[in-house]
Design a protein around this ligand. Structure first.
Ligand SMILES: [Fe+2]
Length: 168
């Protein structure tokens, strides 16, 4: 298990190359994904799915930029899964696990596509990582709290999100 994750991390590093910002982002999302998973420990044993999806969720972004000159979700969702599929195959990830990871990667910008705790955890971890950059983060506290309550379904994710900012 650990080996598959390590191989995937290595490959993500080589695909992103000198783009340290994106490598750091993926590792940060992985960190929060693991923390939420540990806090929630869903009974379905999806840890490896959550972690692989975290590492690879934005993997199509460079190709989206070079092919379409855009990072719009539609292009990232189109370019990510084929690239991730190769990485997962090479890391020795079984087909069932890989197909779930690819579904999450190919839909990860759409809240309406969340269809299970694994996807929900990735959604929350990505959001936690990006949260400080959102205008809602530095604005009115009640609005921030409302946004958190709307997006966060796990107790652990919600706690991490709220802990990023002081109550006002
Ligand atoms: Fe992301």
């Amino acid at each position: 298990m650990q080996n598959m994750l390590e191989k995937t991390i290595k490959e993500m590093n080589s695909i992103f190359g000198d783009d340290v910002k994106r490598i750091n982002h993926a590792m940060e999302v992985l960190k929060h994904s693991s923390a939420i998973y540990n806090g929630e420990s869903p009974e379905d044993g999806t840890r490896i799915i959550v972690e692989l999806a975290a590492v690879l969720h934005d993997i199509g972004i460079k190709q989206a930029e070079s092919r379409y000159n855009s990072t719009a979700p539609v292009y990232q969702h189109r370019e990510g899964p084929p690239l991730a599929k190769k990485v997962l195959e090479e890391a020795g990830v079984d087909e069932k696990t890989a197909s779930r990871v690819l579904y999450i990667i190919g839909n990860h910008h759409y809240r309406s596509k969340i269809d299970g705790p694994d996807f929900q955890i990735l959604w929350e971890a990505d959001l936690i990582t990006n949260l400080p950059e959102f205008p809602v983060f530095s604005g009115n506290y009640a609005k921030f709290e409302k946004m958190v309550n709307f997006n966060f379904k796990t107790r652990t994710g919600r706690e991490i999100a709220l802990s990023l900012r002081k109550r006002q």
